[in-house]
Design a protein around this ligand. Structure first.
Ligand SMILES: [Zn+2]
Length: 227
């Protein structure tokens, strides 16, 4: 029985180690070069990213500053929205724009809207707020001043016949809540039942009689809360 011949090469002396280890050393050297090169690239790329990042955040910061300045310089927001028509039972289509009409023989202009209604009709809050003043005046008769929660708007209700029971200074009202009854007090004229409704833009420190009146008509008509 003869043993099978060893496979070719099995008995051959191992390949001389030098060239192989030289190749390995060479490979290792190439490897280190690669690693070093990649590292350098990474550092370079990293610094570029940092630079890019810095300039980006700089421009972002600049944009934020510009936004803040623009906002500070912009005119204060516009007008109240979503108002409720302040006399229950009156239709939006029945309103007429009486802003700016001559009053007192041209001595002044009308700074509000007159909403014609029957005497005793419910006056409801056009918007939420706090009753800041319950006031009787020769011109307005029984009046109410309701300030918005953000204190930027004053809603003025005049020629009232009477106030709703819960009405007192400091009381909060919800939009649509009844606050009074339509009347003809003040200079409305006997039997000329209507609600005089005004809106004033208020600065932070403005008192109830101050502020800058604006025309309620487009705000009511644009609100879409027809009743
Ligand atoms: Zn009026």
């Amino acid at each position: 029985m003869t043993e099978p011949a060893p496979a070719v090469g099995e008995g051959a002396p191992p390949a001389p180690p030098r060239p192989r280890s030289r190749i390995r050393r060479g490979a290792r050297r190439v490897g280190w070069f690669t690693v070093a090169f990649v590292a350098m690239l990474a550092i370079a790329a990293g610094s570029m990213i940092r630079f890019t990042g810095n300039s980006e955040s700089d421009s972002r910061g600049e944009t934020v500053v510009k936004d803040v300045i623009a906002r500070a310089n912009a005119p204060r927001a516009i007008t109240p929205t979503g108002l409720t028509l302040p006399v229950a039972g009156v239709k939006l289509a029945a309103l007429t724009d009486t802003w700016g009409q001559s009053r007192a023989g041209g001595a002044r202009t009308h700074q509000g809207i007159d909403i014609m209604a029957s005497g005793g009709a419910p006056v409801v809050a056009a918007a939420a707020g706090t009753i800041e003043k319950v006031f009787d005046s020769a011109a307005g008769g029984h009046t109410l001043y309701v300030r918005s929660p953000d204190r930027r708007w004053m809603y003025y209700y005049a020629h009232l016949a009477a106030y709703a029971p819960a009405v007192r200074e400091g009381a909060k009202v919800a939009a649509g809540q009844q606050i009074a009854f339509v009347g003809d007090t003040g200079n409305a004229g006997p039997g000329n039942y209507h609600l005089h409704f005004g809106i004033s833009r208020m600065r932070v420190g403005d008192r109830w009689w101050q502020g800058e009146p604006l025309n309620p008509y487009p705000l009511l008509v644009g609100s879409g809360t027809a009743r």
